[in-house]
Design a binder for this molecule. Sequence first.
Ligand code: MG
Length: 388
Amino acid sequence: MRIAAIDTFIVTVPRDTPYLGPLGPDESVNARGYIVRQGNGTIYPTVDRSIVVRATAEDGSIGWGETYGICAPRATCEIINDLLVPALIGHDVVDIGATWDMLYGLMRVRGCWGGFHVDAIAAIDIALWDLKAKSAGVPVRDLLGPSVHSTIASYLSGLPAATLEERVTLAREWQARGVSAFKFAAVVSHEGVIEEMAALRAALGDDAAIMVDLHWKFDVAAARDLLACLAPLRPHFAEAPVKPEDMAGLARLASESPVPIAAGEEWYTDYEATNRLAAGPLAYIQPEMGHTGITQFLRIAKVAAAHGVAIAPHATIGTGIFLAASLNASATISQLWKHEWQHSVFERNLALLDTDMSHDNAGYKLPTGPGLGVEPNARFWQHAEQVA
Ligand code: MG
């Protein structure tokens, strides 16, 4: 099956409340529609936005892929159209891992070991797996290995409300609907991280799994102090405690922390996972399909398995195409814990796709169709803009 064309689209879906919740003190929307969250200095858009690619084979069959488009999406589109597409026209879709290696190799000596370049490859990689599985008439997961999960357990991520009182109320509402695992975001814990953990533990009881995403906010010393205070409140894990570049600091912290440490949503490759796990242990790795594609998602999981580390896949903002890829891949990972569930994104954007993928408050139901099991519908195309 040879590639005849690859088309690139930016998909933008407006939202009422910005991701992570209403604007905090000293936060405002800039002229390009971005907010800088003061809690961690990171820029976020006010819309849901991702990049979708459509790969068309010479026989007319179509595969879909998706990657990050939340910031500067045209940069990634240009990499796809200018660098990757010419290398793929006429390319035979046989060994997709070898294709990933070839595309990565185009820019490796220029230091493009992650970022927009590898995001662009991830979108292509997912589309090629979709094509290959559709050609075989099976779900993508059937090409990846034996499925060991028939549904994918999940945890609720984010409590998008302005005050701690409102966030606690929101968590209790979800608990009443059957949710038992919750993650809150320290970057919008305006009343304090320890205060939020204590309030949630008191409200949700001893049996709830409560995680905190520390959003790379702290240095090692400050994180150590914070984790000591959080430990009696029994967080299930603390995520991303220190800056992503501080590999030694993260390893040191994780080896001595009284709270299990999770990290890895910003990692791209098994090269990085290998180096990080050589530096020291982690309790959970959180691969993000929008960065890794299916090929690197599975390679990272393999490195994690060799180190006895559990996988808790990250879920970012998108239409659901890369989420379908993440669920398909997760079904084959034996050391899977739970998959992140961005409830404020998933349910709403599911309307853009024809799929039977769903979520029932305890976990995800896998799409059953061939390939990824998702197809953009008419509503999707109302939000899509082709980038040539
Ligand atoms: Mg996170």
